[in-house]
Design a protein around this ligand. Structure first.
Ligand code: PLP
Length: 381
């Protein structure tokens, strides 16, 4: 079991920060690398041609290692989840009548692009509704999703962990059913990758799109995506100089080469060499690899178990641990206090969480302790 890692961060002592699902704090090492690289451009002669390639290669290698992707060329550097999803919607050959399956109250960056496809291509979107707040909700939600998959289904576009209440979706089982129909599995991994183990060979998604500033502990403005070989002949949202073959030879850039670099490299965003954000995210991912995501789950389970039991005993609905993440869970105000009352108390106590729909979202990390959770629980009971 890992020990608390708060010493690696610079969080203020007067705050109880339980809100990594909104924005992670920087590791000290990541902040340091960011500042060093920001300053490099004060004297730009220190930025040489090879720097356009070296750090992004390291970042891709580390992200590939984190998600178990065998090949760093199967991953791309993206600025946002919406960008990664737009790449996907542009490159799936839709037919009239196709169905896309999503979940109720999914994050908008994995919804709006599908709605656009719905309008343009005469396909339909099926939303799998969340079951009522009672025992077995997460299990039932998974079952409803799997039952809904049919020969009409072209795409299931969902998160691994629901952003507002932490419900966990069994991607392996979903993939298995999708394989019967050759459908696409598109995952928004923003609320899980970095905190939960993931294996590309086991789950075989067609795309895994991740924002970098939450559980991957990077800066805002940079994320990572994996694309399967179904997309390797695809057309990127933009053509930039670096995703074309031959870009390493600066003297010859104007001998335009129409061929893209292999695999998912073609989907890298323009200016993907980002000299500040790329090495920051690479450093953060290395720390996560060293910690190991399964140990982050174990740690969060350990510090939250007693508190969650107490909240459940006091009548608050929280999903069963087998069907939710350990690092992100929603507390539904079915207990003594209303959401409004709790919000006021949390503000007074300087406890940072977030309010998403009907759920109070709690998202601890390795810098939190059992005492933080006790303090939180006391605001509810
Ligand atoms: C599940 C999920 N996906 C994506 C995002 C961010 O999307 P984008 O990078 O398009 O701003 C968030 C932010 O809260 C999120 O919770």
């Amino acid at each position: 079991m890992l020990n608390c890692q708060k010493h690696l961060f610079n969080l203020s002592e007067d705050v109880t920060y339980l809100n990594c699902a909104t924005m992670s704090p920087f590791l000290q090492s990541v902040e340091r690398i960011g500042i060093e690289n920001l300053k490099r451009k004060t004297n730009p002669q220190h930025i040489e041609s090879h720097h356009f390639f070296t750090d992004r290669k390291i970042l891709k290698e580390r992200f590939a290692a984190l998600i178990g992707a065998p090949d760093p060329d199967s991953v791309s550097i993206i600025p946002s989840v919406s960008y990664g999803i737009a790449t996907v919607t542009k490159n799936i050959p839709f037919n009239k009548g196709d169905e896309i399956i999503v979940l109720e109250d999914q994050f908008p960056s994995n919804i709006y692009a599908w709605k656009q496809v719905e309008q343009e291509k005469e396909i339909s979107i099926t939303t799998i509704l969340a079951p009522p707040l009672s025992e077995g909700r997460g299990k039932l939600w998974n079952e409803r999703l799997i039952e809904a998959i049919s020969n009409r289904t072209k795409v299931v576009a969902i998160p691994q962990v629901h952003w507002s209440d932490g419900t966990f979706f069994d991607l392996k089982a979903i993939r298995k059913k999708l394989n019967e129909f050759g459908a696409y599995l598109i995952i928004d991994g923003t609320q899980s990758i970095g905190a939960i183990p993931f294996s590309i060979p086991d789950i075989a998604p067609d795309a895994l799109i991740c924002g970098g500033y939450k559980w991957m502990l990077g800066a805002y403005g940079l994320g990572m995506a994996y694309y399967s070989e179904r997309f390797y002949q695809g057309s990127p949202l933009e053509d930039n100089w670096i995703n074309h073959k031959g870009s390493e030879d600066f003297t010859n850039l104007a001998s335009y080469n129409p061929e893209f670099k292999p695999k998912a490299t073609r989907f890298d965003v323009g200016e993907s060499s980002n000299f500040i954000l790329v090495p920051m995210l690479a450093e953060a991912i290395q720390q996560i690899i060293d910690w190991r995501p399964e140990r982050i789950q174990d740690y969060c389970r350990d510090i939250t178990a007693d508190g969650i039991k107490s909240l459940r005993d006091h009548g608050y609905f929280i999903e069963d641990p087998d069907f939710r993440a350990q690092h992100l869970f929603g507390i539904f105000c079915t207990g003594k206090r209303s959401m409004k009352e709790i919000k006021q108390i949390l503000t007074l106590e300087n406890i940072k969480v977030s309010f998403r729909g009907q759920s109070i979202r709690i998202s601890p990390h390795l810098y939190n302790t059992r005492a933080d959770i006790e303090k939180l629980v006391n605001c509810f009971i």
